[in-house]
Design a binder for this molecule. Structure first.
Ligand code: SAM
Length: 223
């Protein structure tokens, strides 16, 4: 249960030296200049983060994963990559946590520029829809931790869940869809289906995917 993992009481208590020891050798806390900017929510085995780490070497990023063994696997994967490639993969880390409860403990208002929800668990039954990682309520929270212009990337192979995530985003006043042109120009969009373990499995099986990529905006009546 949740009591088995520590949760920082606020974003300022997140120990950056544990996650990024080469970049934060002494002080435990983040200095004001460098904070985590990408969050991969339900990161699974970490394939996306590993790709993003080299694509955005100056950006700090973290995976949030509920399963203990999977989190340990990702930790080891990162530390092996750091050993094999000195100076690289220093900007990527993972934490075991329940993202549905603790996002605001990790990130302050406007801190994140990208959030990823790749192949989340579908929770098919209607009574379990409240467990979905994209919901009207949780989108309020994501809008809070995302900077203005920050992007939410979602993808799934479950059509019904894809429709659900898209309609939650469409109906939220703080999000707008990226245009086709913007999607094409964004190198990260190509990784959604190719970089994660789940995406690769779906591709191997020739499955269809459904993505929704939205930007956090300032609603016009508040601008
Ligand atoms: N994103 C990865 C990928 O595309 O390969 C993993 C997809 S996997 C189907 C969904 C992952 O979300 C699982 O590893 C699961 O443990 C994790 N997860 C589910 N609920 C979570 C929560 N509340 N907080 C953090 N992780 C969660």
């Amino acid at each position: 249960s949740d009591s088995h993992f520590p949760v920082p009481i606020s974003p300022s208590q997140v120990d950056y030296s544990l996650h990024y020891p080469q970049l934060f050798p002494s002080s435990g806390q983040a200095d004001s200049s460098k904070k985590i900017q990408f969050a991969d929510v339900g990161c699974g085995f970490g394939g996306l983060l590993i790709s993003l780490s080299t694509l955005f070497p100056e950006t700090l990023m973290i995976g949030m994963e509920l399963r203990d063994k999977v989190t340990e696997y990702v930790k080891e994967r990162i530390s092996s990559l750091r050993i094999a490639n000195p100076g690289h993969y220093q900007n990527v880390s993972v934490v075991r946590t329940n993202s549905m409860k603790y996002i605001p403990n990790y990130f302050e208002k406007g801190q994140l520029s990208k959030m990823f929800f790749l192949f989340p668990d579908p929770h098919f039954k209607e009574k379990n829809h409240r467990r979905r990682v994209i919901s009207p309520f949780l989108l309020d929270e994501y809008a809070y931790v995302l900077e203005d212009g920050g992007i939410i990337y979602t993808i799934t192979d479950v059509e019904e869940l894809g429709d659900w995530m898209k309609s939650c985003l469409e109906n939220h006043p703080m999000f707008e869809a990226l245009t086709e042109k913007e999607l094409e120009a964004d190198p990260v969009v190509k990784l959604l289906s190719s970089a994660t373990e789940e995406g690769q499995k779906v591709a191997r099986n020739g499955g269809q995917t459904f993505q929704a990529v939205f930007r956090r905006i300032v609603p016009t009546n508040q601008a």
